[in-house]
Design a protein around this ligand. Structure first.
Ligand code: NAP
Length: 288
């Protein structure tokens, strides 16, 4: 069992949603948290909360889609804390569209934040972890990595890429003392990118809370778990695994299941809500 106490954790996407719950859970385990996101306000809030819990957290405002500048971010972190023991690649974005309606900028932004930034941050922290023969990388994937989600195809692609890249690197790291875990949450209620869409989650299948996901991150680090599914409860998790296994043989059966669950219909509703929210953001920034 790996001890988290006293470790320095770099956590991307710490300003809101699931990241806040991960920060709290790791702070309770007495880790020092270096939270990264674009919003200083969100970082200040979680850092104050961790301080109040008796822990230590530092927020660094940084847009990780600027992948060429990630070495500067890493240098800044190392100046503040020394080497990084644990990296949690949690930041993610989602853009709902029918595939032909995506712009090139949409494709690039999702792949940069969800996949390339995680790869580049890992590439930058690995040499020091390998020197110390210890360290842990946690990558936040999704159940959308296991079966494509229509009208959210670029997100599914980014999460499948993250999962498969982690799987390959885990095998490269065998015996080095450096570990890598993937977390695959299904629908997450209460807070986070899905709850923010304002569209209900399908009524069948598992639903988890952000706290469940945070607990899974802690467990993955402590118990060196390769891949963790978070989807409601052990029964719904095992049924989902069984379903994915059957879908390996019959992909079109999986399409029918997704239709039956209501994923295409709900994602079409999310397109409309997202466009409406974007338009009102644009309008209010014009007024200012
Ligand atoms: N919620 C779900 O249902 C669900 C299910 C499965 C997997 N996941 C995964 O869980 C992770 C967290 O999701 P969430 O629901 O907590 O999402 P969220 O509430 O939208 O939060 C996303 C976080 O990522 C940060 N972020 C986004 N773009 C960034 C950028 N360019 N640079 C730095 N930080 C950036 C955001 O901070 P700023 O905006 O301040 O930069 C925020 O802290 C994601 O990887 C997501 O794919 C979520």
């Amino acid at each position: 069992m790996t001890t988290i106490a006293g470790k320095t954790v770099v956590l991307t996407g710490a300003s809101r949603g699931i990241g806040v719950f991960i920060a709290r859970a790791l702070a309770k385990k007495q880790a020092t948290i270096i939270g990264i996101s674009r919003s200083q306000e969100g970082l200040d809030k979680i850092c104050a909360e961790v301080d109040a819990l008796g822990g230590k957290a530092i927020g660094i405002c940084f847009d990780i889609s600027n992948v060429e500048e990630l070495p500067i971010l890493l240098q800044k972190i190392e100046r503040l804390t020394g080497s990084v023991d644990i990296l949690v690649n949690n930041a993610g974005i989602e853009i709902y569209r029918a595939f032909p309606d995506y712009s090139l900028a949409d494709l690039q932004s999702v792949l940069l934040v969800n996949l390339l930034a995680a790869m580049e941050l890992t590439r930058l922290v690995l040499p020091s972890m390998l020197n110390q023969t210890s360290g842990h990388i946690v990558n936040m994937s999704s159940l959308a990595s296991k079966k494509g989600h229509p009208y959210d195809s670029i997100y599914s692609a980014s999460k499948a890429g993250l999962l498969m890249w982690s799987d390959a690197v885990r095998q490269e790291l065998a015996g080095t003392g450096v570990r890598i875990s993937s977390i695959c949450p299904g629908y997450v209620s209460q807070q986070g990118m899905l709850a923010d869409t304002g569209v209900p989650v399908p009524s069948v299948g598992g639903v988890s809370t952000p706290a469940d996901v945070a607990r899974a991150v802690v467990r993955a680090i402590e118990q060196n778990q390769a891949e963790v599914m978070v989807n409601g409860n052990p029964i719904t998790e095992n049924l989902t695994k069984l379903l994915f296994a059957v879908e390996q043989f019959f992909p079109r059966f999986g399409d029918v299941v997704n239709q039956w669950i209501g994923i295409p219909k709900l994602n079409k509703m999310r397109i409309e809500n997202q466009i409406r929210a974007e338009n009102s953001r644009k309008k209010s920034s014009l007024v200012k």
